[in-house]
Write a protein that binds this ligand. Structure first.
Ligand SMILES: [Zn+2]
Length: 297
């Protein structure tokens, strides 16, 4: 059951910060003249001649435009009509529920286990918790810019949903994009992140292969630039891995990718994955990637 967490206290503070470079690229007259992002664009502080040079330039962030109806209220944000499903991989109770998570569910042409326990770092930071915490940070950022964000689980306790149900949540929401957040349990000597894209599976993924690859390329670029984690050196190709055996992708009818955010078994990656400040940066880059993808559509 999709559940939205209550908005965090940092929503205001983080509003649109991850979008500043993006908006500089995509800025329309509306965005730059409204004063919605003071400081984002040095020219915004320069009074512009013309009838539209209203008092809104003096407005504080979060206030609506001058009331002439020419602009959407700032509060709606650039992603106001977009729906994103964020899937924090695994769940906190999986380790104690082996019979439940081992039952077979539809995963495309084949069946697979409902879920797995997931990885953990050498110090015992579990992947399900990392996935949950990073997902909340991404959600907060996207919502601050108006997106509707649906999480596939409501907390980090208990079991489920199964991999096919996670995909169905995106399908039922007719999401514009879906992202499953994971961290890998690779060899201790290997490090790096990778993005998993759906390969073509007849009768299942034909419609989502192309847009999912586009989403994956946006995510790979922004995540590489925004974090200090390199492309995985122990699998995948330049940070991208095409898979046809993942139920979470095969059962999706909306564009979807998996992020393997780093290798929890590698000490260098683990130090970053465990760092709350690094998590904020990672969330910025993930949210930016989604925004770039969503605004290009
Ligand atoms: Zn995982």
């Amino acid at each position: 059951m999709p559940v939205s967490a209550p908005p965090g206290p940092r929503s205001r503070a983080t509003r649109a910060l991850y979008l500043i470079p993006l908006l500089a690229l995509l800025a329309t007259g509306c965005a730059s003249a409204s004063g919605a992002e003071p400081g984002a664009d040095p020219t915004a502080a320069i009074p512009l001649p013309g009838p539209d040079d209203g008092s809104s330039d003096e407005g504080s962030p979060g206030t609506a435009d001058g009331g002439d109806g020419a602009h959407e209220p700032v509060g709606d944000g650039p992603l106001h009509d977009r729906v994103v499903v964020i899937d924090p991989g695994h769940n906190g109770g999986n380790a104690e529920a082996s019979s439940e998570i081992n039952r077979l569910v539809p995963a495309g042409p084949q069946q697979k286990a409902c879920d797995t326990v997931g990885a953990e770092t050498g110090s015992g930071y579990p992947e399900h918790l990392f996935n949950w915490e990073l997902s909340l940070l991404v959600k907060e950022r996207l919502e601050a810019d108006g997106a509707t964000v649906i999480l596939t689980r409501e907390d980090d306790e208990g079991v489920g949903p199964c991999i096919n149900e996670r995909a169905e949540i995106g399908n039922e929401a007719d999401a514009d994009a879906a992202l499953s957040i994971h961290a890998d349990g690779g060899p201790e000597t290997g490090r790096g992140f990778h993005v998993i894209v759906p390969g073509e599976v007849e009768g299942y993924t034909e419609e989502i292969v192309e847009p999912s690859r586009e989403l994956a390329e946006d995510l790979r670029r922004e995540y590489r630039e925004g974090t200090d984690i390199p492309y995985a050196d122990y699998l995948a190709q330049d940070g991208l891995d095409e898979r046809t055996d993942l139920g979470g992708l095969n059962m999706s009818t909306v564009p979807k990718v998996f992020l393997e955010a780093g290798n929890m078994r590698n000490p260098e990656d683990a130090a970053l994955l465990e760092d709350p400040q690094w998590q904020e940066r990672a969330a910025n880059s993930i949210a930016r990637a989604l925004a770039v993808y969503l605004l290009r559509e």
